[in-house]
Design a protein around this ligand. Structure first.
Ligand SMILES: NC(=O)c1ccc[n+]([C@@H]2O[C@H](COP(=O)([O-])OP(=O)(O)OC[C@H]3O[C@@H](n4cnc5c(N)ncnc54)[C@H](OP(=O)(O)O)[C@@H]3O)[C@@H](O)[C@H]2O)c1
Length: 439
């Protein structure tokens, strides 16, 4: 009989508890798939006395994650505490330096210290797996790192935050405001009391930083990502997008361009017919666009104890089998540096919503300013929707929403044109601009 893989788990919360249960309930299938049993031999969490509805009999309790990492009986440390700093960081580092394998679901830590940890893993011949850190159950890390090792990737983009996708889905389906949907998401436990990390796009950026490195062989660099959240999106935008054949999603996009790898997170209009547009509510999805293969989309639950545990246990199974791959698919010293893409040179189509004054000649004035910047329009719609009060009041002209869709152009040209339109005083308020991603 081959010796079992002896696992130590730090963190017994939503994910950790499910990992303990899954290893127990799948014991015989895992042994048969891995060629050896997988056993949880020690655990730790913050409060030992906490009631956990877990059968921990026969499993040792370590006083802290550090002690667990140092335990000579533990072959594989599974870190499910969370947080970009301590105690997760030094526990993982201790384990790797002792040549132990590590499995983690901690995107914040991998986005911030992934390279340092990968270096430690390489130096000590250890494995560092983090499938669950991006898209939970969706096996996108393995897909990019191993499944597509023979493919040159041009673009990877995805819906990586369930909270944002839930809010945008409700806004679109029910015509509700961002604030109303956010409150509901908080009530249902889909959004944190402080939702800014999710709705401002930073959670998506951490995951994109990891995917980008795996796809393009670049260093993980969250600060190289342009980030914009979803709080400025209105139900009017979603309705207009829908009428024009689009849907709005918060996407993380990493794309190879002539100027390098452009990484960005922002609300994005995607064609309704695209695979990514079908992904609703809290579901996550990632599309990979590779040389010689049509775009592939992986869709699945991006959170939840059982879903995340599924990916964690798959990583543990790789360790049990003795599979060891460079954490980011290539040795750390071969990963290239990447710089923040200048968004003013971003090239693509744009959706622009303006509140135009209802004077004769307004549309012509707008079109002239766009033409001066050599921006071609795919469509221009002047909306007089029901419910918009077009009556003139107080001697002021009423306002009419004007929706423009441009062909591919540069972002600085769009903003130069809009500045000129504002100077002409033919619109009021701030124009809404949403980038379009074609499939
Ligand atoms: N939840 C998800 O859907 C999901 C999805 C993908 C990835 N992840 C990632 O998975 C990881 C775990 O998330 P989670 O949702 O399971 O978190 P959680 O429910 O908050 O559980 C955290 C666990 O860590 C323990 N802990 C906290 N501080 C500790 C310390 N100083 N020393 C020892 N143990 C400590 C807690 O102990 P007590 O139980 O005693 O409080 C708890 O058991 C995070 O990195 C998260 O980003 C989670």
């Amino acid at each position: 009989m081959v010796a079992p893989l002896r696992v130590g788990i730090a963190g017994l919360g939503t994910v950790g508890a499910e990992v303990v249960r899954l290893i127990e309930s799948r014991a015989s299938a895992l042994a048969s798939r891995c060629g050896r049993p997988v056993r949880v031999i020690a655990v730790t969490a913050r409060t030992k006395a906490k009631k956990r509805s877990l059968d921990l009999r026969g499993i040792a309790w370590a006083k802290d994650p550090h002690q667990l990492a140092e335990n000579p009986d533990v072959d594989c440390l599974v870190e499910l505490i969370g947080g970009a700093g301590e105690p997760a960081l030094s526990a993982i580092e201790t384990a790797l330096k002792a040549g132990k394998s590590v499995v983690t679901a901690n995107k914040a830590l991998i986005a911030k210290h992934g390279l340092r940890l990968a270096k430690a893993a390489e130096a000590h011949g250890a494995t560092l797996n983090f499938e669950a850190a991006v898209g939970a159950a969706i096996p996108i890390v393995k897909t990019l790192r191993e499944g597509l090792a023979g493919t040159s990737i041009n673009r990877v983009y995805g819906i990586l935050n369930g909270t944002c996708n839930y809010i945008l889905t409700r806004m679109e389906k029910e015509g509700l405001s961002f604030d109303e949907c956010l409150k509901d998401a908080q009530r249902l436990g889909y959004a944190e009391a402080d939702p800014s990390f999710d709705v401002d796009g930073h959670d998506t950026a951490q995951k994109l930083a990891i995917l980008s490195s795996l796809a393009f062989g670049t260093k993980v660099a969250e600060n190289a990502i342009y980030v914009e959240g979803i709080s400025s999106i209105t139900p009017e935008d979603l309705r207009a997008a829908s009428d024009l054949g689009y849907r709005v999603k918060l996407l993380g996009v990493a794309v190879r361009t002539a100027k390098g790898i452009e990484q960005r997170v922002h609300p994005t209009m995607v064609p309704k017919s695209s695979s990514i547009a079908q992904v609703m509510d809290v579901t996550n999805a990632v599309t990979v666009d590779g040389e010689g293969i049509p775009p592939m989309t992986l869709v699945g639950p991006g959170a939840g104890g059982a879903a995340t545990a599924s990916a964690v246990v798959a990583d543990i199974a790789d360790v049990a089998r003795g599979v060891r791959v460079s954490p980011f698919g290539r040795p750390v010293e071969q990963l290239r540096a990447t710089e923040k893409a200048p968004m003013e040179r971003h090239e693509g189509g744009y959706y622009i919503r303006l509140m135009a004054r209802d004077f004769p000649g307004t549309a012509a004035a707008i079109a002239t300013r766009l033409a001066e910047q050599k921006i071609s329009l795919e469509s221009i719609v002047q909306r007089h929707p029901n419910g918009v009060d077009l009556a003139r009041s107080g001697g002021k002209a009423s306002q009419v929403p004007v929706i423009l869709i441009t062909y591919a152009t540069h972002e600085d040209e769009v903003y130069r044109a809009l500045k000129a339109v504002q100077r002409d005083k033919v619109i009021s308020g701030r124009p809404q601009v949403i980038r379009i991603e074609k499939n």
